[in-house]
Design a protein around this ligand. Structure first.
Ligand SMILES: Cc1ncc(COP(=O)(O)O)c(C=O)c1O
Length: 459
């Protein structure tokens, strides 16, 4: 474990529970978004006085802000292990935007095959069929595949142009054998893109991948910046993903001279505050070091997964405990809807988890072992606007701020729900979202929060 724990801004915040007590919030949803590291918030605050337009201003502050932005770009290149290559870092919003950006920029056609996997998050699944023909690597019932399975898909004809694959699953925390897979693709002349959204806060990024994308908000820099890295030459020709100011050298009404990458790929005013935050997070993780982070993750993964698996009625999804995974545990509780489990953890114990399908529907349906007919039934219900029976699971995910006590609180709360302990309060389900919330007469604050639409259902 990282000792002392690394606190995030907002850790320990008291939240109301239905028994009338406020409890310190236990955030076990790091796989969705993490809070800000204190160093990140401090660096942003220190930067704000010199905040100004970047790449566009003659003033001193613009020079300072531009230098901060460009040094964040350099930090991203180093973080991805590409100092010695002619790669560029495109600073964008998040992994979703990065993958869409790449899918557009590779200028693929329907004749091009992209190999991807059923394990992917929608961010690395949905952009590809829009621009190419996809071939999918299947997983087994435990949610894994082997490098040989990927190689078999790479060998089929027509030969793929790209393999795009996650570095770690956001549902099971499984780590595909990414280095072996990259070697297999490269030895066949196939480019590799890695969705590193989950990997980035937990493990060194695979430097051998041709493209890599990740999000700041999952690595303690929640200020809206993400990164796409790839070889400069890929971005030298062709139209950029976004067209507009900052991406051009000269514009006439019928003619555009695009500027060089990376600026060519970043039309519009860049998110310099997000870049500064990302740089600070990269520095902070560098100071802690991967060995300490990995050790912490493995310890927490063991506590979470073994602890949950021991609770009668709890079924853990994904590979067995002997596998090295991120500190992520996704589970179902026999006889209790995933949405109700999550609502009870929040309302009765002040524990924040995610439930639902985690933006990776094909993977979750496989992990749950649903048949095509069952999925078709749920699809019809969702189309009618009724999500009350939507299948799903509950996910607890940890970060560098998570403590053993946090995990113990989760395990005790899940054991109570799984053991059939009745709640002191009635819960009401909203069929539009599938979410449960406690009786508003007992928990009026809950109604106020929910009225703004926080819901796990959209994937
Ligand atoms: C594996 C994976 N890829 C991509 C994404 C999308 O990230 P973002 O929402 O930051 O675009 C996520 C988000 O949960 C993810 O877990």
């Amino acid at each position: 474990m990282i000792n002392p724990p690394v606190p995030l801004v907002g850790d320990g915040m008291l939240v109301p529970c239905v028994d009338g007590h406020d409890r310190p919030y236990v955030g076990l949803d790091a796989a969705a978004s993490t809070g800000a590291l204190r160093q990140v918030a401090d660096r942003v605050e220190a930067f704000l006085p010199s905040y100004s337009s970047i790449h566009r201003g003659a003033g001193y502050k613009s020079q300072l802000a531009t230098a901060a932005y460009e040094s964040a770009r350099d930090a991203a290149i180093s973080f991805a292990g590409r100092q010695d290559r002619d790669d560029i870092a495109i600073i964008c919003r998040n992994t979703t935007e990065a993958v869409n950006h790449l899918a557009y920029r590779l200028r693929l056609s329907r004749d091009d095959v992209v190999v991807t996997t059923v394990v992917e998050h929608h961010a690395n699944l949905l952009p590809w069929p829009r621009v190419a023909t996809c071939r999918y690597v299947e997983c087994g019932p435990d949610g894994t595949f082997t490098a040989a399975d990927v190689t078999a898909a790479l060998e089929l004809t027509p030969r793929p142009r790209l393999l795009t694959i996650t570095g770690a699953s956001n549902i099971t925390g499984w780590l595909p054998p990414i280095d072996e897979i990259i070697v297999a693709a490269h030895s066949r002349g196939i480019l590799v893109a890695v969705d590193a959204a989950q990997l980035a806060p937990h493990r060194a990024l695979p430097a051998e991948a041709d493209f890599v994308a990740w999000s700041g908000h999952k690595m303690y820099a929640p200020f809206g910046a993400g990164v796409l890295i790839g070889p400069r030459e890929v971005f030298m020709d062709g139209d950029p993903f976004l067209a507009g100011g900052g991406a051009v050298d000269l514009v006439e009404l019928g003619e555009v001279v695009w500027t060089d990458p990376p600026d060519r790929e970043e039309a519009g005013s860049p998110n310099v505050v997000g870049a500064v935050a990302l740089h600070a997070a990269i520095d902070a993780l560098g100071e802690i070091g991967w060995p300490a982070i990995i050790d912490h993750d493995r310890h927490l993964a063991g506590l979470l997964r073994e602890g949950l698996a021991r609770i009668p009625g709890v079924r853990l999804l994904g590979p067995g405990q002997e596998n090295d995974t991120l500190p992520v545990a996704t589970f179902t509780v026999e006889g209790v809807s995933h949405a109700l489990v999550a609502a009870r953890l929040s309302a009765e114990d002040g524990i924040g988890v995610r439930h639902g399908c985690f933006c990776a529907h094909p993977y979750l349906m496989r992990l749950l072992g649903l048949t095509e007919d069952e999925v078709a039934t749920y699809r019809d219900e969702v189309r009618r606007g009724d999500r009350s029976r939507m299948p799903g699971a509950v996910r607890a995910s940890a970060g560098i701020n998570t403590t053993e006590a946090d995990v113990a609180r989760l395990l005790a709360a899940v054991a109570r729900v799984a053991g059939g302990e009745p709640s002191s309060v009635a819960y009401v389900q909203d069929p539009r979202t599938g979410d449960f919330s406690p009786d508003p007469a007992v928990a009026p604050w809950y109604g106020d929060v929910r009225s703004h639409g926080s819901s796990c259902s959209p994937g």
